[in-house]
Design a protein around this ligand. Structure first.
Ligand SMILES: C[S@@+](CC[C@H](N)C(=O)[O-])C[C@H]1O[C@@H](n2cnc3c(N)ncnc32)[C@H](O)[C@@H]1O
Length: 304
């Protein structure tokens, strides 16, 4: 690589107290706008009349729930309550703050064992988290979604981690991101210890068709899916690299987030400052910003 070699700053190396959460990524206007657009189409398509009971599974810091309330207000619908569920207590605490002005409850639980009664929800959303569930867990999750939804209610999920997510020509970007991150880790002194490097089953992406089949098997009908190309600039890439599960997964879980996140971020800076980035990575320029595109799947389905 001809660009200057990026090094980790001492601050980046010594950040054990940081959570490496999804908060930065989910605060970025482009990510919010893309989700808003998809959720607006989803909520407009709901068959059940408002007031609605919303369920946000794998809610993270609450973005999907927050956007649903915002959209409902705009389209003249009422959400009586949103139940936000995630296994991460820290994320739920942030979500509670962000949704403070809306009627919402926060439950720490696995998505595949929802602590809810049957037939309570008007809709269920799961934003960018379905790929974190193992193969079998995805099926269990969809069955749970079907159980807690009322007849006629709908489910929405989206993911930028599925088979087909990589835009043709951009493959080298992912390889170089990992290679440059590993080179930087190798230069760290003392050299960080390598962990065993287990690859969770969820890291094996499945195709859009497999997702659709799972939803069908769980009893959903009227399944619509869309694949859109999203334009990710340097800040979005740095922000996703700052999310622990992403950076750790890219490095095959061999390093903790404190090591993996700064190294992956620094590698992104290196890639984006490479004078040949366009040719090497099939990058595009949009309004003066450098972009590496990626595909995003979103799905809506109905409980009969
Ligand atoms: C990438 S974040 C997405 C957060 C949010 N939905 C959004 O779109 O901004 C994925 C979330 O899924 C949660 N998660 C992963 N596996 C889960 C499981 N089995 N049950 C519940 N939550 C889970 C993680 O804790 C994390 O907060």
């Amino acid at each position: 690589m001809s660009a200057s070699v990026a090094v980790l700053s001492p601050e980046e190396v010594a950040l054990p107290a940081r959570s490496f959460s999804f908060e930065w990524f989910s605060s970025l206007p482009a990510y919010r706008a893309a989700n808003r657009e998809q959720l607006e189409l989803f909520l407009q398509d709901l068959k059940l009349p408002s007031p609605w009971q919303g369920i946000d599974v794998a809610c993270g810091v609450g973005l999907m729930g927050e956007l649903c309330h915002e959209i409902a207000g705009r389209i003249g619908a009422l959400i009586q309550r949103t139940i936000c569920i995630d296994l991460d207590r820290q994320a739920l605490d942030i979500a509670r703050e962000k949704l403070a002005r809306y009627p919402a409850n926060f439950l720490q639980s696995l998505g595949q064992r929802l602590p809810l009664r049957d037939n309570v929800g008007s809709y269920l959303v799961l934003g960018n988290g379905i790929h974190m569930f193992g193969q079998q867990e995805k099926m269990v999750l969809f069955r749970e979604a079907s159980r807690v939804l009322r007849s006629g209610a709908s489910m929405f999920f989206n993911s930028a981690f599925y088979q087909g997510t990589m835009v043709e020509g951009t493959e080298r970007f992912y390889l170089d991101n990992v290679r440059a991150a590993l080179r930087q880790i190798m230069r760290l002194r003392p050299r960080p210890a390598e962990m065993e490097g287990v690859k969770p089953e969820a890291a094996q992406h499945i195709s859009a068709q497999e997702y659709i089949e799972f939803a069908r098997q769980a009893g959903f009908t009227d399944i619509q899916h869309h694949e859109v190309e999203v334009m990710l600039d340097q800040e979005l890439w740095e922000a996703i690299c700052d999310y622990g599960p992403f950076a750790r997964g890219a490095l095959h879980y061999r390093y903790p987030a404190e090591i993996a996140c700064p190294a992956m971020r620094s590698a992104i800076r290196q890639i984006f400052s490479d004078p040949d980035w366009k040719d090497k990575y099939s990058g595009v320029e949009l309004d003066g910003r450098k972009i590496i595109p990626r595909r995003w799947l979103w799905v809506m389905a109905r409980k009969p």
